[in-house]
Write a protein that binds this ligand. Structure first.
Ligand SMILES: [Zn+2]
Length: 337
């Protein structure tokens, strides 16, 4: 790795990262070897090359293939520990991370124990605080989501503070999950919804109106609706953008097309995130670097985006204030390299 620059060294938060998509490649390689996967991938380089996609179905196929090497609770804890180590390396201080219990329940593991295993692994690294968001998959339907919700509710002492909704946006609209979200709110969970990644503004409107989402994941296509831009800004609904993910999935054709500059200028509480760093070979520093090199953000504006991450988090107001002060006290902001 080259010498860490300003973007590597500044303190950061991550609000949109999937633990199953954030496995460090070296950690996955260890698991591939453990389970005799070398017949399919000869070495670390071959494994790295697996994470390039012809299209979206191929992306999903690769995702499922990779999960096949995470088979028991100890594997999950091992992965969790190494993800947390990776956050520390990048000076990520606070994280709200998605985990998808059903990725593993179909292999016979139980939701509560999956949450416990992630917590066990993440807690081995004390320099970063990681809270959990249980992610429902649209494609599995609302009945499965209801069940997952009740299960994660029993495991909420593992640091589960919110729920999210991912999966195929086009075939499974947000309104199908209205009752699930109402129940989640009643139980005291915060809410976020992946919306406007592959479907247009109507999907985001449904997330805010039908599901009353506290945050929007991606929100890439809000740009197509002026009224929605105004709504998101006025209601201070944070948008968890993931520009490189959008590019790799084909939601945008070039990185220049990502609307983050416009959102920032229009006063939307916008944050920058990696989504699935294993799948997309990206880092948070790289995402922030693009703000400068592509979207012409000044360093002060980048600092604002970083602080938006704290503001958009689900920490209480006192903790937000403390964390912002901690970030601002860091001497790195005034260095130029
Ligand atoms: Zn995501």
């Amino acid at each position: 790795m080259s010498t860490p620059d300003w973007f590597d060294r500044i303190p950061k938060t991550e609000l949109h990262v999937h633990l199953e998509g954030a496995v460090p490649i070296e950690t996955l390689w260890e698991l591939v070897k453990k389970y005799g996967g070398q017949a399919e991938v000869a070495d670390l380089e071959a494994l790295r090359r697996k994470f390039a996609y012809r299209d979206f179905p191929h992306f999903i196929q690769t995702w499922i293939w990779k999960n096949g090497f995470i088979r028991n609770y100890d594997d999950i804890a091992y992965v969790g520990e190494n993800i947390a180590r990776n956050f520390v390396k990048q000076n990520v201080r606070y994280v709200e991370a998605y985990f998808s219990p059903t990725n593993f329940t179909r292999h016979g593991l139980e939701t509560q124990k999956i949450a416990e295993a992630w917590r066990r692994g993440l807690n081995r690294i004390s320099q970063v605080e990681v809270k959990l968001i249980a992610d429902f998959t649209r494609d599995e339907g609302s009945r499965r989501a209801f069940r997952t919700l009740e299960e994660v509710n029993e495991a909420r002492s593992m640091g589960i503070i919110g729920v999210g909704l991912g999966g195929t946006e086009v075939e499974y609209p947000a309104e199908l999950f209205r009752e699930v979200y109402a129940r989640a709110r009643l139980l005291g969970f915060q809410t976020t919804v992946h919306a406007g990644e592959t479907v247009g503004p109507s999907s985001i409107w449904s997330a805010v109106r039908d599901l009353q989402a506290d945050r929007i994941g991606h929100g890439t296509r809000a740009i197509e609706d002026e009224e929605l831009i105004i709504y998101l800004a006025e209601h201070k609904i944070p948008v968890e953008t993931c520009p490189i993910s959008n590019l790799r999935i084909g939601a945008i054709r070039t990185i220049e097309q990502h609307p983050i500059r416009h959102y920032f200028d229009r006063g939307i509480l916008v944050t920058v995130n990696t989504d699935d760093p294993l799948m997309f070979h990206n880092t948070l520093a790289e995402e922030l670097r693009l703000l400068e090199t592509v979207h012409r953000f000044t360093r002060d504006e980048i600092k604002q985006v970083v602080l938006n991450g704290v503001e958009s988090s689900w920490l209480d107001e006192d903790r937000k204030r403390e964390l912002k002060l901690e970030f601002l006290r860091d001497p790195v902001w005034s260095s130029t390299t």
